[in-house]
Design a protein around this ligand. Sequence first.
Ligand SMILES: Cc1cc2nc3c(=O)[nH]c(=O)nc-3n(C[C@H](O)[C@H](O)[C@H](O)COP(=O)(O)OP(=O)(O)OC[C@H]3O[C@@H](n4cnc5c(N)ncnc54)[C@H](O)[C@@H]3O)c2cc1C
Length: 420
Amino acid sequence: MPVVPSGAAGTVASRAGCARPRGVWSAAVVPASLDVVVAGAGPAGLSAAAACAAAGLRTALVAPSPRVWPATYCLWADELAAAAPALDLDPAAVAATYAPTVVRTAAGGERWLDRGYARLRNGVLHAALLERFTAGGGELVTGRVNGVRGQDGGGDGGEVAVLAGGGELTARVVLDARGGGPGTAQQRAWGEVVAGPVEDLVPPGGALLMDWAALADPAAPPAFLYGLPLDDGTVLLEATSLAARPPVPLDDLRARLGALLAARGLRPAGETERVAIPLDAPPRRRGTVLGAAAGLVHPATGYSVASSLRLGPRVAAALAAGRDPRPAVRAARRRTTAGLLGLGLEVLLPLDTAATDAFFAAFFTLPERAWAAYLDVGSSPAAVAAAMARTFAALPAAQRAHLLRTVLRVGGRAVTRRGR
Ligand SMILES: Cc1cc2nc3c(=O)[nH]c(=O)nc-3n(C[C@H](O)[C@H](O)[C@H](O)COP(=O)(O)OP(=O)(O)OC[C@H]3O[C@@H](n4cnc5c(N)ncnc54)[C@H](O)[C@@H]3O)c2cc1C
């Protein structure tokens, strides 16, 4: 039975989506007996909440604000196609897809990848998930979950989400999707939208996954150019530091992108995108945790959205069948795989611009299934180890020596730390 005192901070949005005034919560709105409380309405929380409600579970979603996510989220087109049916999403509506996907390196030239890339249309996806959530009877609670009680008891009392302001919601399970911790290594990027011609960088209809030559500066930390055509004909260009500890200051990336735009006579023509993604934040250990909070962020790419879209319906299916949802989460992020990918991150961190360029020139000579396995936190350790071995074999001799030294220096530590 949820205890939601009158006067607690927050609002509850009803099925029709209208917000109730702060402090006027009632058991008529939040069901007396909940199956699931989801904390956090990022991609992980909202997709899980939508899947739970659609599975017939009495679900409440607690979030400070149900606003549309502001970040530009991408994933591979096949990942979206695989995740979409379980969430009843139309991939063509919720995302723009790109082909070819281009990787450019000084060492390997230009490579067109067959694997399609996709940019989520956040407004469309968010509305579709929210609609699925409310159509399934889900209740949106505007507020914050400050803590969860009863996660380790395993008793019949369920779990209790303690809300900021003193309210509580009791359910069979609280799904924690409140985002990841800070970490010490980060991916950073500064992005600007431009209207001018950039076809030589970003082919029409295609996506520029990484261009290590466009921003190359031997005196600066490695950074690549990332580029995506947007629906209105403009193009998003981002100067990206893939991984650095400490993180590269955003102002540095802004200056590097600014120099490239100035050299081409281009001016920013839209919203700025600022990216900061912790790459080595440890997963939260208590309870059932989803998304970045669960360590689903890939240590090299910073991506987690595809994993989260895939995971939400699996968690919902387990709960609807009366099973423990945590094995589904553990399958989405295997510990040994996480350890290996953590080692991969440590290998990347000390590389200078030329070495990073050579690394990705080698990496993308691998067959697609090999590099695709490396880019997925849910891959088997064997598939990730095989991709690492193949990349090693494809590297120039000097790079291999560096890699071996790094593995010997940080290997055990990295595998243990990330494999938690
Ligand atoms: C600018 C940017 C671009 C990115 N691009 C990509 C990309 O292209 N592809 C990709 O896969 N990943 C990308 N990422 C990385 C990552 O996938 C995202 O950070 C993603 O948002 C993580 O989803 P999440 O739902 O786990 O966490 P979040 O999106 O961080 O959501 C957590 C939610 O919980 C809420 N919350 C926090 N505390 C509480 C509380 N106490 N109670 C209730 N709610 C709370 C927050 O308000 C937030 O809405 C990007 C990140 C950034 C910042």
